[in-house]
Write a protein that binds this ligand. Structure first.
Ligand code: NAD
Ligand code: UFG
Length: 336
């Protein structure tokens, strides 16, 4: 059985579907801080497997001990955490507590229960301002926001733990920009409040929940002047987790790897692709640059391919089509 923390969230729920489809049974622990219980039945229906659910906070050691007791947990996938870069600057205490304390308590509970394998949700934000592109895993690390510092802090903790305990193995996966949804449109990204990220904002404009998209900056040193990112389909990201899990369960050692496609797409290219796929118009206007934004970054995705035998197979148009399947069928997101 695999323990999935934060398994009702955006990335966790899609990964839970892929894990069930691979025949794995799951125990999901989530405190519902940023997700809804309606996700559970939908991911059970899509995955067709066994998913137990415990509503708990990963900082609650007693709750984790109770959840693991009597179950044979082979490995943990740790998605639970807070993820908004801007909010982390305004509320550092919450970010350090959720992301660092949460992981520390989880690792202590795992050690006590004799569980020695962890897949961790890290982030491309650990690299900071690019010294060169694409970012390889050897690129210098310069996390800037409290959020990025927590991700790098956990990576360092995992390195120290693996050095101290030969049984412990981890996969730290540095995600680039996951977007899209399960192709069924039954699960997808459902941020609370006004989306801070480009793609959920765009799909909410397309569905009529928001009036117009603001493109942050048009004079970056990029081919069309707008920001460039490495967008990866959420189901490719889910498959990457399955590959990382196999790597750990087959005792092939610890790994820190980028999960991206290796291709950059600008804001205007993404809008154009969405319009092409859906036949809709997305009203947009140009605004000033967003504080702290980097002009362009994308992954060198070769390590994951070499070491995990995984590479992203879905393209930008798949991401647009599947995100629209979700947003158009669920204009207000999940029911309460
Ligand atoms: P999400 O907010 O949709 O999912 C996180 C889930 O964890 C939610 O269901 C939330 O209720 C739960 N949670 C939060 N704090 C918890 C706690 N203390 N105890 C128990 N449950 C808790 O976010 P997501 O987009 O699915 O991201 C998952 C992970 O991936 C996060 O760690 C995030 O930092 C990381 N990540 C995300 C992105 C991205 O663009 N989405 C990029 C890089 C890294
Ligand atoms: N953008 C707009 N308008 C918007 C929102 C974003 O033009 O309304 C632009 C941004 O300026 C940027 C691009 O769209 O050029 C992507 O921005 P996002 O906010 O969607 O994503 P970021 O690259 O800033 O950050 C995201 C997550 C982080 C994660 C990181 C990993 O928010 O948590 O990807 O690469 F760590």
């Amino acid at each position: 059985m695999i323990l999935v923390t934060g398994g009702l969230g955006y990335l966790g729920s899609h990964t839970c579907v892929a894990l069930q489809r691979a025949g794995l049974s799951l125990l999901v622990v989530d405190n519902l801080a940023n997700s809804r219980i309606a996700v559970l039945e939908r991911m059970r229906a899509l995955g067709g497997g066994e998913v137990e659910f415990v509503q708990a906070d990963v900082r609650d050691r007693a709750a984790l001990d109770a959840a693991m007791r009597g179950r044979r947990i082979e490995a943990v996938m740790h998605f639970a955490g807070l993820k908004a870069v801007g909010e982390s600057v305004a509320r550092p205490l919450e970010y350090y507590d959720n992301n660092l304390t949460g992981t520390l308590v989880l690792l202590q509970a795992m050690a006590a229960a004799g569980v020695h394998a962890l897949v961790f949700s890290s982030s491309a934000t650990v690299y900071g301002e690019p010294a060169f592109l694409p970012y390889t895993e050897e690129h210098p690390l310069n996390p800037v926001s409290p959020y990025a510092v927590t991700k790098r802090g956990v990576e360092r903790l995992l390195e120290d733990l693996a050095a101290a305990d030969a049984r412990f193995r981890y996969a730290a996966l540095r995600y680039f920009n996951p977007i899209g949804a399960h192709p069924s449109g039954r699960i997808g990204e459902d941020p609370r409040g006004i989306p801070g990220n480009l793609f959920p904002y765009l799909t909410q404009v397309a569905v009529g929940r928001l009036d117009q998209l603001t493109v942050h900056g048009r004079e970056y040193d990029t081919p069309d002047g707008t920001g460039v990112r490495d967008y990866i389909h959420v189901m490719d990201l889910a498959d990457g987790h399955l590959a990382a899990l196999r790597h750990l369960l087959e005792a092939r050692g610890s790994i820190t790897a980028n999960l991206g496609t290796g291709r950059g797409t600008s804001v205007l290219e993404l809008i154009a692709a969405f319009e092409r796929v859906t036949g809709l118009r997305v009203p947009h206007a140009f605004g000033p640059r967003r504080d702290g934004d980097i002009a362009s970054y994308y992954a060198d995705a070769r390590l994951a391919e070499r070491a995990l035998g995984w590479r992203a197979s879905r393209g930008i148009e798949d991401m647009c089509r599947d995100a629209w399947a979700w947003q158009s069928a669920n204009p207000s997101g999940y029911p309460d």
